[in-house]
Design a protein around this ligand. Sequence first.
Ligand SMILES: Nc1ncnc2c1ncn2[C@@H]1O[C@H](COP(=O)(O)OP(=O)(O)O)[C@@H](O)[C@H]1O
Ligand SMILES: [Mg+2]
Length: 504
Amino acid sequence: MTAHAYTVAFEGVEARPVEVQCAVSAGVPAFAIVGLPDKAVSEARERVRAALTAMAIALPSKRITVNLSPADLPKEGSHFDLPIALALLAALEILPRDEVARTMALGELALDGTLVAVPGALPAAMTAAEEERSLLCPLASGPEAAWVGACRVLAARSLTEVVRHYSGAAPMAPAEPGERPAVTGHRDLRDVKGQERAKRALEIAAAGRHHLILVGTPGSGKSMLASRMAGILPPLTAPEALETSMIHSLAGLLDEGGISRARPYRAPHHTASMAAIIGGGRRASPGEVSLAHNGVLFMDEFPEFPRTVLETLRQPIESGEVMVSRANAHVSYPCRFLLVAAANPCRCGHLTDPARACSRAPACGEDYLGRSSGPLMDRFDLRIEVPPVAFTDLDLPASGDSSAIVAARVEAARARQAERFADHPGLRTNADAEGQLLEEIAAPDEESRALLLRASDRFGLSARGYHRILRVARTIADLAGDDTLRRPHVAEALSYRLVAARQD
Ligand SMILES: Nc1ncnc2c1ncn2[C@@H]1O[C@H](COP(=O)(O)OP(=O)(O)O)[C@@H](O)[C@H]1O
Ligand SMILES: [Mg+2]
């Protein structure tokens, strides 16, 4: 008779249910796994065999067949070890078949029968809850899976512990959700002297999720400013925390067990590979753009990133989703991030300083920033020149608003947006609004319409540019607590765009 166990196969952030069937029959002794397994799944055979031997359970001299169903769904990873071992133990009547069939399991087995943590326990627990099964996973994965309240999670140290649980010798207690201590001690915006315009741009970017690029000489404080972004963003809402944690779970980054409410802040180096940034690789894992979902992607020394990476970024920026290809399928991961980029104006960095610029100025600046193509530069709603701070400014005591004060204004502006988009699931910030909806929520008054008309005549704004100005102006009005789009809001939005026109 066939025994059944259940597990999942991952497709992007989705965990699809998989049935593991195990039949033990008379015939030439063998142990076969069928149903589109990859190499890691096929190797499960050896690990399961060794783990059972370690528990003094010998495999019978019979034909053992394990089938992973549905057969057309690709099965990747080492987490199939535990469900295969469960199905086999149930087929051998060592574990109760009905109880095994009520459980969804994932986990890798070490040769001595210890359970090794695997990525994806959180999405697996979501699927287990939908299927009305409990989840059995390795000890370290328990705290993250237990966040799915609707699912009973059992987290075991070893296969021996699992057997003792089912036999009633030593029942396990359900796992508790893990807590991650709130991150404190963010670097404060007040530490940055001067640079009022850049700080204002940071606040607008945070409030409406508008992409921002800071251009300035080395040492002017660009990296310093960008690192303050994390401290002015509001914590993740509950649905956002779950979305982001699913991706971090798949990347195996939730090993402390907790779900964090802090917005992710990812700062990949420009030498990181395409797969590391965009996603993909042998196991089609999420890249930095997806790990930054609902948070910040900071790309320091932006023009130094390979051109192929920069070009590939355009589509994910626009759609909030990235397609990652692997051997036989494409998967997509969400990647709705706030892009903050920093760049020197030219390779040596002194283009804007007449005293120190090299002999190739200004052509070298066009060469350098021109490497990130026009259409990509067009994605930045806010483009800020960061001048070097004068020594006299550095010498002054810290002034301006602290991160906490700015964060409160950002949170209030985000609350206005949440209310505005309450009937539009999927839209969260002004940056997400498009077409008809954008025209409704950001209808300029007479004066600002005249201003926009003049600006587009003079600077030749593209349709995309025009809409981007409206979005930023809407956020500026939200920060001011104003329902109407007025001239000062539009004028300020235009000022961040026109630097751009000059650079293009
Ligand atoms: N506006 C500023 N206020 C205070 N310190 C500054 C400022 N700008 C730069 N610095 C100092 O200079 C250092 C280098 O700044 P950094 O952000 O790395 O510059 P960049 O990224 O533009 O090359 C900072 O660590 C800080 O000590
Ligand atoms: Mg820097």
